[in-house]
Design a protein. Sequence first.
Length: 369
Amino acid sequence: MNEISYHFAEENQLSSPQLIYYEDGIRRNTEAAIRAAGGAGHLWPHVKSHKMQAMIRMQVEYGIRRFKCATLREAQMAAAAGAEEVLLAYMPVGPNQEAFLRLCKTYPAVRFHTIGDDLETLAHLGALADKPVSVLVDVDTGLHRTGVPISALESFYTKASKLQGIRMHGFHVYDGENHQSRLQDRMDAVTRLEQAFRPIHDLIRSRFGPQIVIFGGTPSMPCFASCLSHYQNAYLSPGTLFLGDYGYSTAFPDMEYPPAAAVLTRVISHPGEGRFTLDCGTKALSCDQSVPGHLVGIPAEPVFQNEEHMVCRMRQGLESLRPAIGTVLYMIPAHICTTTILYPRVPVIHEGHLIGSWSVTARDRLTQF
């Protein structure tokens, strides 16, 4: 990962720990994603990494009109921010079914879709609806988290298309298992997947008409980009790359989307020779990865994290470079998605200056709608 400076003129005015967004970097990453996809119209990005209405509005300015969501609150946020189409990429069950239908009624100008992999659940959703619900089949490409195996897609789609209140419109093809670090290895895996999926898609298209196909996530976006021309309504669905994080920057060196978010933290203690403690514990920085993040510009590594502390150790022979207590440092989160949700608002930097803050609009789940 290339080292860049995350310092800004007003950093000493902010309490720590604090997640910071860098607008210039977010815009550069958005523009790079548009080029990689062959145009804004080929993108159907996920909003789960940022959960921010301000980010969606920025992307709408770039011509991105479709957004994918994990929660009902995210879907409501996207609709309110100017989305033309919204996919709830999480099959609604229980009270969430009625909440989803109310959401569709509240924003009649927005075309909502959801996903499904269970006929009984879809039948129940359709029975509740007073107009057909648009559904994409959730395809299990090998992650085995949710979805219908490719071998069963034709049968499932045909049966689902006969359900009252359900209108089948295509496929959600998320390959979360494809995290190969080498681009060629990832490309080979995606090619095998796409070649297995294509005949089923073509068969369904011949019987039911044009299908929406939403492919991949951030790691496989450059791989699926090469096959879009075969499909009439196909889209790429990155999420993390607009903000970037340490995990993706190190795992996928071919993807040049420098992190545009960092946690401002301060040294609060020198607990031993060559060691220092930061105020960015698990309540300030993602803790779902083996390494919580990358410390920018300091030859040191995290040793352990507690709720409000992170102990770091200088590399051997460089103990004399240990930062003084009170020093402002920056950690690039290993996982930005689980870091953003820890903050209600995020200060935004433009050209080295603090220009305001963005609300993490969909931080809370929609408990009633």
